[in-house]
Write a protein that binds this ligand. Structure first.
Ligand code: UDP
Length: 245
């Protein structure tokens, strides 16, 4: 398989077409952005770390019967993926209050939610990725009612798997963001990535609000040691896969 041309460059990945029409190559970058790209930087080795973590998690999800876009992981920072038509939605799941939920509702950081909260945001940089009501999502025809129901069902299954998996890594899964697409048979497929860029992950070893952070909040809040935290997550994921799953 060889790369034919650049299809799209996003904030964290470059997508290339390949000589196999239904397969794309995702190249994970070290570039980091936050606050709708107002804050920019680079985290050394991030591309390879996030690609490796995502690849391992997608493989586990596939084994649980969740269809993902993952094909294989030819280089540390490269993932071959099935070409899908991405829904312009960021599907956020929250188990514990943090980030924008605290800012917008006044809930205290760390409040344990009685049940997972699934939210949809409109993936639209110009509009600042606004939170959608279900009615607005349907109004804008971003997905059908049936697709929304399927996405919620898949998202809750993925949350259950990930909460348990990260618990085995001594990590609390606070919240995360998923993206879904439609494949050529109109099946809903989990796409994008699952990594410290897209999840809030807290080390169970400490309650210190800064030291416990093993995710992109280290970059957002200038907490330092960003690469070490990402590397720590990868090492725990690999160790858990060797011993536990
Ligand atoms: N998230 C993401 N990409 C986005 C927005 C959010 O991956 O464009 C993730 C984020 O890392 C966190 C979760 O979704 O794990 C919830 O984010 P939140 O709405 O609290 O927004 P933030 O505080 O990150 O602006």
């Amino acid at each position: 398989m060889s790369v034919t041309s650049k299809l799209y460059e996003g904030k964290a990945k470059i997508l290339y077409t390949t000589d196999v029409p239904e397969i794309l190559l995702a190249d994970f970058k070290d570039d980091a952005t936050a606050f709708n790209a107002q804050k920019r930087g680079s985290i050394s080795n991030k591309g390879a770390i996030n690609c490796s973590i995502s690849s391992k998690i997608f493989q586990q999800l596939e084994q649980k019967g969740i269809i993902t876009h993952y094909v294989d992981n030819p280089k540390p920072n490269q993932m071959r993926v099935k070409a899908v038509k991405i829904f312009p939605l960021e599907v956020v799941v929250r188990n514990i209050a943090a980030g924008s939920l605290c800012k917008q509702t006044g809930l205290g950081l760390g409040t344990v939610l009685k049940q997972p909260l699934v939210e949809f945001y409109y993936k639209n940089d110009e509009l600042g990725d606004p939170l959608l009501t279900p009615e607005r999502l349907l109004l804008l025809e971003l997905a059908t009612q049936e697709q929304v129901e399927q996405i919620i069902h898949l998202t809750l299954r993925i949350n259950e798997f990930l909460k348990d998996f990260f618990r085995k890594c001594s990590i609390i899964l606070v919240d995360f963001k998923l993206e879904f697409g439609l494949d050529s048979q109109q099946q809903i497929v989990l796409a994008d990535e699952i990594s410290p860029d897209t999840c809030r992950l807290w080390d169970t070893a400490t309650n210190d609000p800064k030291n416990r952070v093993l995710d992109k909040d280290r970059f957002r809040q200038d907490l330092g040691n960003v690469e070490n935290a990402y590397q720590e997550v990868l090492e725990r994921v690999l160790k858990t896969l060797e011993t536990d799953v």
